[in-house]
Design a protein. Structure first.
Length: 264
């Protein structure tokens, strides 16, 4: 019975790190909390996954016996993704007790599930934690100086990772999908929101933008994904800035700010 309960608990944490769950959480943050911060978190996560893929090919550590050998083991991708997001948002919400408790439990649960199901070793997890810490802190210092410097830093990291993966004949369709998300999201966000503080200013705009994003995501998932996975990720990347832009244009602000002030 205890083994069954343990399986359920750790399965929950493992599923919590699934890409669809992360998309939902980051979308909520982008539309409801802080567009600039969560935009940066999304592109950092995509870049981190590409860097992780390159490091796995570089170290070439095989998977443990019994684990599907779709990729290599070191450093742990789940651990790196969890910690890079944890540390990125920690810099913003360091004084928020709920954020600290929630994210600490989630990250610990994800790491524990990887050990519980024997997907990774402790060294794999440590490697993911170390890379995530270096990546998050290095990019955060660049972000503090300027957003353009932050994006340029990610550009070189992504470019280097993609070039290395291509040279090793390890560039996979999933990597192209991440590139599409990065490019479409970054381009549209920069086109639509030239002001740093462009964001939903009232609850109505937040609900409206969330409804638009949900529609675009479901349409992409059930229709576009059936014939093109790459296009699905490109649409998902563009859905966030498009949904927020449409909401700001069509839904009046409650604080009396003009649409020109909000969108210029």
């Amino acid at each position: 019975m205890s083994i069954f309960v343990g399986d359920l608990i750790f399965q929950f944490f493992l599923h919590a790190s699934h890409e669809m769950v992360l998309i939902a959480l980051l979308a909520i943050g982008y539309l409801w909390i802080d567009r600039k911060l969560f935009f940066s978190g999304i592109v950092l996560l995509c870049a981190s996954i590409l860097v992780n893929s390159a490091l796995k090919v570089f170290f070439h550590v095989p998977r443990r016996p019994g684990v599907p050998k779709t990729t290599y083991s070191f450093p742990s991708g789940h651990t790196q993704s969890a910690f890079v997001l944890y540390q990125w948002f920690w810099n913003k919400f360091i004084t928020n007790l709920f954020f600290f408790l929630f994210t600490t439990v989630m990250v610990a649960g994800i790491c524990g599930s990887l050990l519980y199901f024997r997907y990774h070793t402790v060294w794999d997890l440590f490697g993911g934690f170390f890379v995530a810490t270096c990546l998050a802190q290095f990019c955060y210092h660049a972000f503090q100086k300027s957003e353009n410097l932050f994006l340029m830093t990610l550009f070189f990291l992504v470019s280097g990772s993609v070039i290395f993966l291509h040279a090793q004949h390890e560039l996979k369709p999933s990597h192209y999908s991440l590139i599409y998300v990065l490019v479409v999201l970054t381009v549209l966000d920069k086109i639509f929101f030239r002001l740093r503080d462009s964001h939903a200013r009232c609850v109505g705009q937040k609900y409206f933008s969330s409804a638009i994003f949900t529609f675009l995501f479901l349409f992409a998932y059930f229709v576009i994904r059936s014939f093109s996975t790459d296009l699905f990720y490109a649409v998902v990347g563009g859905a966030l800035p498009c949904a927020l832009k449409i909401a700001l244009v069509l839904y009046p602000s409650e604080d009396g700010a003009s649409q020109k002030d909000i969108l210029s």
